[in-house]
Write a protein that binds this ligand. Structure first.
Ligand code: UDP
Ligand code: MG
Length: 332
């Protein structure tokens, strides 16, 4: 039997979990035919509702359930990382708790990894129906800009829902950066990825945790983490303006020599001062973004803090190629 780990980041999902669990349990049943055993790792990302209580209820009826509960809300990126650290399977999947990532795709993903030469099966939604128009517009813009700016390919519409083989998981675990942008990290580590496409599905219960503001900051994080182009832009802008000011200087000098009327042009001077100080502040802002990220990285703070967890408690019972390889390659 092989072990497949399913990681589910949960933030205030008390309504969605009772719908999600039966769906994934049925999938686990179906996959027995493919020689797969499952473990479900629920990461409670500091929920303020009864999410942890619901997870514990699930645990009472199913010892495949593991949980890691954070001491506060650390964000989905941290939750996914904690899940990856806890996962012991030879294949690992990440999926949302709200059924927007259809569990029914899992058997197909396992089949692809078994039979085709891929290390990872990702999912990508080809439509954004049911999403606010303005959000879709900005999302599209973000992907377009990212494609231009970053050498790391960020696939439009790619979700975090994916099934990976162990080597890819280990590669991701080796990237211990504090400012995490998984869409970039998944792509940066490489490996052969097959994309399954599907139409957007609306959330089964509860509501989205991503406000427009949160998404905006997340996209800035993504740009800063996977591209240094903005820094280059500010130097190029600086150069261009140096050139312009040099030309302007010559014009002013010549004008004074010929017409002796320097007092005129106050308005244009003010415009130039405002414009240039705007550009300067903008460029300092870009520098500040990188500096603040560097500052957070050098502090080497933990990516998350665990409040409570049952991971490791049943370590003796878990198999999985990864875990068993460490114990001498014996598969249970
Ligand atoms: N999530 C999380 N921490 C957060 C925000 C979200 O663990 O701070 C989880 C959430 O419980 C869900 C997944 O991440 O399982 C996706 O969140 P959501 O459905 O709100 O995002 P959307 O699908 O709208 O992009
Ligand atoms: Mg969702």
């Amino acid at each position: 039997m092989r072990l497949v780990s399913i990681i589910v980041p949960c933030y205030n999902e008390e309504k969605a979990l009772p719908l999600f669990y039966p769906a994934i349990r049925d999938v686990a049943e179906e996959c027995r035919a493919r020689d797969c055993e499952f473990e479900f790792i629920f990461v409670d990302d500091g929920s303020s509702d009864n999410t942890l209580g619901v997870i514990k209820e699930l645990l009472a009826g199913d010892d495949r359930v593991k949980y890691v509960s954070f001491s506060r809300n650390f964000g989905k990126e941290a939750a996914m990382f904690a899940g990856l650290e806890a996962a012991r399977g030879s294949m690992v999947a990440i999926m949302d708790a709200d059924l927007q990532d259809p569990p029914s795709l899992i058997p197909e993903m396992i089949r692809i990894l078994d039979e085709e030469p891929y290390d990872c099966v990702g999912s990508r939604r080809v439509t954004r129906k049911g999403e606010p128009k303005i959000r879709s517009l900005f999302a599209r813009m973000f992907y377009k800009i990212m494609r231009k700016m970053s050498k790391t390919e960020i696939v439009d519409g790619a979700r975090d829902f994916r099934l990976m083989k162990r080597p890819m998981v280990d590669a991701i675990l080796n990237m211990r950066e504090y400012n995490r942008f998984s869409k970039g990290i998944f792509s940066w580590v490489g490996f052969r990825t097959k994309w399954l496409e599907y139409e957007n599905i609306e959330r089964a219960a509860g509501e989205t945790k991503w406000s427009f503001r949160k998404l905006l900051f997340y996209s800035i994080d993504g740009m800063v983490a996977f591209s240094t182009t903005p820094l280059a832009v500010s130097s190029v802008l600086g150069l261009v303006f140096c050139l312009i000011s040099f030309i302007a200087l010559i014009i002013v000098f010549v004008r004074q020599l010929i017409w002796h009327n320097s007092v005129g042009g106050w308005a244009s001077a003010m415009c130039i001062i405002f414009f240039l100080s705007g550009i300067q502040l903008f460029c300092i802002g870009i520098l500040g973004q990188y500096l603040s990220k560097t500052y957070m990285e050098v502090k080497k703070r933990p990516i998350y803090v665990v409040g409570e967890s049952n991971v490791g408690e049943q370590a003796g019972n878990i198999s999985g190629e990864h875990a068993s390889a460490e114990r001498g390659g014996k598969n249970v």
